[in-house]
Design a protein around this ligand. Sequence first.
Ligand SMILES: C[S@@+](CC[C@H](N)C(=O)[O-])C[C@H]1O[C@@H](n2cnc3c(N)ncnc32)[C@H](O)[C@@H]1O
Length: 339
Amino acid sequence: MTLKERITATIAAEGPIPFERFMAMSLYDKEGFFGGETLRSEKAGDFLTSPEVSPLFGATLARFVEEENSRIGAPFQLVEVGAGTGSLLRALLGESSVDALAVEVSPAARKSIDPIPVAETLPTELRGVVLANELLDNLPMALAQRVDGEWRERWVGLVSGNLEFVDIAPRPEVVAWLTQNAGAVPEGGWVEVQLAAEAWLRDCVSRLISGAIVLIDYGDTAENLLPRRKDGTLRTYQAHHLGPHPLDEPGATDITADVNFTALLRVVETFDHELVRQDDLLSRLGLRDSLSEYRMGELEAARRGDDQERIRFRSLKTEAETLLHPRGLGDFKALIVRK
Ligand SMILES: C[S@@+](CC[C@H](N)C(=O)[O-])C[C@H]1O[C@@H](n2cnc3c(N)ncnc32)[C@H](O)[C@@H]1O
């Protein structure tokens, strides 16, 4: 039986399931998008993330790790959650010699991270820096729609044997989340209800003894996401392009949505925290200065007629520009929490 057939059989036996259960099966089942043997976040995979674009991302974040290391001292551990291929950790450890751990649920990703130590869950106590790039947008979420001025949930059911969204009265925890975090969503608007992301952050903060958590992802505050609520932000990716409808090919597509940072800010409001853009964070850590040096380096190498150096500087320049692009990766947000 394929994953889609198993999901269909489950719904036929039990009735409609919440979207977060469908998403969890689609992504993390043994035949799910991240559950199988295929490595997903590499250049040849289905999506391209900042650490896969360039080791400059990790090398720049190494400065943040060093700052925290100086601030809190030993013992100090760098933990990356949802480490994918390990590209961020490898680049970071090239610049900073700290004790490191990757936390990954994907078996294919875990293999590729080796020889960096890897675990399936967070350590009980954290002292150091916890980093996660594009983790929260992949945590299972519920779906809601604004209908006649009320909230309705969209579960996954069977209509004439096909997987389709079905209308369900919203669960109390979903309504509570929407009331606090959705904002003034217009009639017909769709909202991804990110209860798991909120729970993950609450758990992570409670484990942090001292140090910082840095969560980088696409998304924004509820207010800034409002213009996108008509159709919602739920989408799939396949082979670097927007993929089919989320219910069409469970296991074969990445399912994701913009992270609602308003909900996350609420979790950390009593701690020292800031929400910044990726371009601002990386600039603060020196990447824009490096970019100026790469531009100068390219010009000088061209003047000298040194083609090899010119090409080397040009590719560094292009990588830095991609990480800082104000409408691309630079527009990602970073939530930083310190204890
Ligand atoms: C979009 S990929 C990002 C990979 C990497 N951080 C990067 O930027 O290239 C998300 C990763 O998070 C992992 N993941 C999802 N839920 C997780 C969890 N609860 N704990 C650890 N890893 C998780 C997935 O297996 C996947 O490898």
